[in-house]
Design a protein around this ligand. Structure first.
Ligand SMILES: [Fe+2]
Length: 334
């Protein structure tokens, strides 16, 4: 997981070099720039300091005994993908330094260097961090707007209030139980929160009709996954949620919509969401019926395993703890 970016200017900096004279010269110079400086004389010490202080910028020598700057770079980026690593290298190893750029280093400077060059590299790394920070803020704000749209939609109807939050708590628990990695779990979390955002464009008279829908009205309802995709498509950071939104009403036997996909052709995240979505709908009261019990709902899910749902996921869902879909009063899945 990536650590939150809480400070960009001035960053604290970790300087790593096995040559004591270079280390102390850099420490003294960088401190005068107004940065908090941490120093380490080898890669292992650097890692320990990084784990505790999480400096956003690391300036490291390439050739060091024990752990080189290239290996340190890999270790640091595994801990925090946003850490900005500047490599210092002698002319003889410049090609190795160029290779570190492909491995995610932000920049390199060749020894012997003028200290102003170090200052410039730090400044550029800081600017880059600011960009990452503002981009993330923008993404969070966009997500909040979409979530607010879904919440408003749900709260217009007493029966559906909190639906997406509860469904998300279930899909979080299922993704964890399946052993999916943190990135996949994050995508499923986002997709679940906004899966019904396409209902925004559908008339309340159809959306909340207590009686049976006409074929025409049903066709309008069936358009909500595609409408949701249209809303989310311009937001690049939500790109990976598109298959979830588009396919959350597919059925395992191919009789769902919009594309009639079958079995494993339906994205796993969408198959997970379908089970959670249906469970929550059935265990909540609706205008046209009261809530079904947990046991009755499980029986129904099992009955439809293999036709509507992925049988493996129905069994997985059944084994989740009873409070897996619990949502706090603030609306945060627990
Ligand atoms: Fe839906």
């Amino acid at each position: 997981m990536t650590a939150p970016l809480t400070r960009t200017i001035p960053p604290s900096i970790l300087v790593v070099d096995d040559e004591p004279s270079i280390l102390s010269a850099l420490e003294c110079y960088i401190a005068k720039l107004g940065c908090h400086v941490l120093v380490a004389s080898d890669g292992f010490q650097a890692l320990e300091l990084f784990k505790v202080h999480r400096p956003p910028v690391v300036l490291t020598d390439l050739k060091m005994p024990g752990m080189g700057g290239d290996q340190l770079l890999q270790e640091l980026r595994a801990l925090d993908e946003n850490v900005q690593v500047i490599i210092m290298t002698g002319f003889a190893t410049i090609q190795s330094a160029v290779t570190t750029l492909k491995a995610g280093a932000f920049d390199y400077i060749t020894k012997p260097f003028r200290l102003e060059l170090v200052a410039r590299a730090i400044e550029k790394a800081t600017e880059h961090l600011e960009l990452i920070y503002y981009n993330r803020q923008l993404q969070e704000n966009s997500l909040h707007v979409l979530e607010a749209m879904v919440k408003t939609l749900e709260q217009r109807d007493y029966y559906t209030a909190g639906h997406s939050r509860r469904v998300t708590a279930f899909t979080d628990a299922m993704a964890l139980a399946l052993g999916l990695d943190s990135h996949q779990r994050h995508v499923i979390h986002l997709g679940s929160l906004i899966h019904d955002v396409g209902k925004i464009g559908i008339d309340d008279a159809i959306l909340r009709k207590p009686g049976r829908l006409t074929q025409e009205e049903y066709e309008v309802i069936k358009s909500h996954p595609a409408r949701g995709v249209n809303i989310v498509e311009p937001l690049n950071f939500l790109k990976e949620t598109i298959p979830i939104i588009r396919h959350h009403h597919e059925r395992f036997d191919g009789s769902g919509y919009p594309d009639g996909l079958t079995g494993d052709d339906i994205p796993l995240a969408a198959r997970i969401l379908t089970v959670a979505d249906t469970y929550d709908a059935m265990t909540s009261s609706r205008a046209y019926r009261t809530a079904l019990s947990r046991e009755t709902t499980f029986q129904e899910l099992r009955r439809c395993a293999g036709t509507q749902f992925d049988p493996m996921l129905v069994e997985l869902f059944r084994q989740l703890p009873e409070d897996a879909g619990h949502v706090s009063p603030q609306g945060t899945p627990q």
